[in-house]
Design a protein around this ligand. Sequence first.
Ligand SMILES: *[C@@H]1O[C@H](CO)[C@@H](O)[C@H](O)[C@H]1NC(C)=O
Ligand SMILES: *[C@@H]1O[C@H](CO)[C@@H](O)[C@H](O)[C@H]1NC(C)=O
Length: 388
Amino acid sequence: MNLLRRRQHVSFLCLLFVLWTCLPARGNESSDADDVSSASSATTSDDGTVLEVDPKGYIIYCPCMGRFGNQADHFLGSLGFAKQLNRTLIIPPWRTYKNVPFDEWFRVEAVQLYYRVITAENFMRDLAPTVWPEGSRIGWCWLQKTKDDGESYCPMKEGNPFGPFWDGLGVNFDRHMVYKFSYTEVDKWKNEYPGDKFPVIALKGAPASFPVREHHVPLHRYLQWSDLMESQANDYINTHFPGETFVGIHLRNGPDWVNACSHIKGSTSFMASPQCLGYKNNKEVTKEICIPSVDIILSLTKEVVESTKATTVYVATDKDPMLDTLKNTLGDKVKVIHQDPWLPQLDLIILGKSDHFIGNCVSSFTAFVTRERLVTNKPTSFWGFSPE
Ligand SMILES: *[C@@H]1O[C@H](CO)[C@@H](O)[C@H](O)[C@H]1NC(C)=O
Ligand SMILES: *[C@@H]1O[C@H](CO)[C@@H](O)[C@H](O)[C@H]1NC(C)=O
């Protein structure tokens, strides 16, 4: 019953979206909190449903730390946190050099099967005028700063990507709030910051940790690529190696990475390393795991190509795809393909579809693929690491 209702809600939102994009002009904005839909004429004509305001409130954050891989880790943790708080998650756009609406890359309907969410763009357009009007916007931060004149404030929009992120959504902050609790103290958040007093919690950073906490890893099943992204990846496969068995490999070897790996010095956890070493362990993140030698890369790739009888190796990298070296090692019968797509996300999708994937255990880019393959139950290996 619950699921059914949710489905209706979902399809209703889709319908609304279609109507909005098709309508030549927007209707008058209603200020009535019970009917915040601006296309109310369209809503009542169909099944009478209206966009409801969540009395438990909303939560949004800036995905302001790291690139896509880190942001995806943060998204999963934030989704889990929002559900625990029982506030609707306003899904922020991904942050590249610009804001990329979540639904350009992923299906919102899939996330809605897990929990109540709304994209930031839809929230700002449809609900913000009533739920979070200008003049009432509070920026929440953990640590406040002090201005030269002694006044304290939250640096919500200070620097990049913080400023451009909120500007992209048309948000300025009128006041600030310094919160006191960690993201694990859920009851305190609920008691201290109820939805009727604080309808929108807008956080300076994600209410989540990096790497993603272990119990949030399975939430990846709700992160499903949009049809547009899927079809772009499928088109590439169908053009270059249709129907072939293929091994996907991720070579993280840019200068920033070489530098990062020089700092591991005997640690048991470094960036995304729990994906292969586990969350509780005393195994060391070795140099070979972080930045594997050419020998390790060639021998593991060859081994996996032979065991899977793959006819194609698909290489994703931030720097050096090692094409000639791989071709020399694998021989004429194996195609080695490197796309360098206009969106790195297309690499992620294709790696996710490979018959066997070999990734870098420390990389959050690899971790995205690893989590997806846990969901789809496909095999993954890591450079420089052998599971017992
Ligand atoms: C929209 O409707 C409200 C309330 O009925 C009214 O006050 C406002 O002037 C209208 N705005 C426009 C642009 O028609
Ligand atoms: C969570 O919020 C929803 C919607 O506001 C409400 O119906 C539900 O009872 C709440 N659940 C809990 C456990 O508070």
